[in-house]
Design a protein. Structure first.
Length: 431
């Protein structure tokens, strides 16, 4: 039996080795190649242009940023032309800007990051649960670690359809994404795990309104967007700027109307690549000695936002309002946010806060093109695989794993069968 046991042990060892190699290879990018030689920004810009030309089926606006300055732009559309000042609805990328608004209240001492959110609410309360709702703090809401299990995802309301009041949507969102019950409640122990929650950002929107006494969009315009120079951006529909709004396309390249939201904090920002470049630039000293944060936030607040607060699968993936995409090789992370919503809206922004380098991609009509291009920038810039790239390629990785497992098990079974037959046919040695 010893040869058979040795065969079994060898098979298990090879299975473990294969799993380790595929896992580490995927995370470390062992078999990936960057779009361009590392450090060659001009070559990356050309490669990004080729990717846009080959894949875009709707419209797209791209800005590359080096040392805080826009170094390259690319625009394309199958419909009306788009440019640096064209407004796009940016889906969940809105949450990054909303987090800045929350942090202005923290910086001014009007809100405590570690206070229960209900300390500041006047119009709504979390439903009773088996957990202590007082542990749902501002910090945990910003980092998706507050124990909320809504998983929202807002689909929005069609033009002409009444938009549900915000407090009512917290109790039961009428525009919840498919498969979500739309109820904002505490379903796991706050602070115990990371769970994405659009409802948490709707709750922060309500908190901002109750603390400031202003409509959310008005406060964000006054306290964040205008001071950063993001003059074209708004959490309200474009209105008088409707002529600058990018046409939205579905996956087939057909024009499709944009939707409106109760939780504009989570999905309703309209902005441009030019304005988002200003957001990225605000993380570095400005021309003529402009302060980091541009007076909107203190440098300490910006640093706190990119400090790890949320973990998944053992990896640090979330700060306060920003995703941590990959190490930046300077002791920090590439940060930013993505957005993905119907009808095939996809937006991405990435920033290396230590160098001032970044990328902004706003598009519709091509599933996940913005996220894939931004992920390519992260790998080209750092040599590390972007977290969202890993998740998007999870099915491909699993297929590779399973194929290897099947082959290894098949070889192990064949080897074991041959050893067993040899044992049966080998004459026993005389005693």
């Amino acid at each position: 039996m010893r040869p058979l046991m040795a065969c079994l042990l060898a098979t298990l060892t090879v299975l473990a080795a294969w799993t380790t190699v595929v896992g580490l290879g995927t995370l470390q990018g062992w078999w990936r190649r960057p779009l361009a030689p590392r450090g060659d920004a001009a070559a990356f810009a050309r490669a990004a242009d080729r990717m846009v030309e080959a894949e875009s089926r709707g419209n797209i606006a791209v800005a590359l940023i080096e040392d805080g300055q826009v170094s390259h732009e690319r625009f394309a559309s199958v419909g009306a032309p788009v440019g640096r000042d064209t407004l796009f609805q940016v889906a969940s990328l809105s949450k990054w800007v909303t987090a800045l608004g929350v942090m202005t209240l923290v910086d001014s001492g009007r809100v405590d990051l570690d206070a229960p959110v209900e300390t500041y609410l006047k119009r709504w309360r979390l439903p009773a649960s088996e957990f202590d709702n007082r542990q749902v703090t501002i910090r945990r809401l910003l980092s998706h670690t507050a124990g909320l299990t809504d998983g929202l995802g807002y689909g929005g309301f069609a033009p002409g359809q009444p938009v549900q009041p915000l407090a009512e949507s917290l109790s039961k969102a009428a525009d919840a994404s498919p498969g979500r019950d739309g109820v904002v409640k505490v379903g796991v122990q706050p602070g115990s795990e990371w769970r994405y929650s659009g409802g948490g950002y709707a709750l922060l929107q309500l908190m901002i309104e109750d603390v400031t006494g202003e409509p959310f969009a008005a406060y964000m315009k006054r306290a964040v967007l205008k001071p950063l120079g993001m003059d074209s951006s708004s959490f309200e529909p474009p209105g008088t700027q409707a002529a600058r709004l990018a046409e939205s396309f579905d996956e087939a390249g057909r024009s499709s109307p944009l939707r409106h939201f109760s939780a504009t904090s989570a999905a309703g920002l309209h902005t441009s690549v030019a304005d988002l470049a200003k957001l990225i630039q605000a993380h570095r000293p400005g021309p003529g000695g402009g302060a980091i944060g541009r007076g909107v936030l203190s440098p300490a607040a910006l640093t706190e936002m990119r400090r790890p607060h949320g973990r998944q699968y053992g990896a640090e993936i979330w700060g306060l309002g920003v995703m941590l995409y990959a190490p930046n090789n300077s002791g920090s992370y590439i940060i930013g946010h993505d957005g993905d919503n119907e009808p095939t809206i996809n937006t991405s922004a990435r920033l290396d806060p230590d160098s001032g380098d970044g990328i902004v991609v706003l598009e519709s009509g091509t599933p996940l093109l913005a996220t894939r291009l931004a992920g390519e920038w992260v790998f080209w810039r750092t040599g590390h695989v972007d977290t969202l790239t890993v998740l998007m390629e999870a099915r491909q990785t699993l297929t590779l794993l399973v194929a290897g497992w099947v082959a290894i098990l098949a070889m192990g079974l064949i080897a074991g069968w041959r050893l067993w037959r040899r044992r049966l046919t080998t004459p026993a040695r005389p005693a």
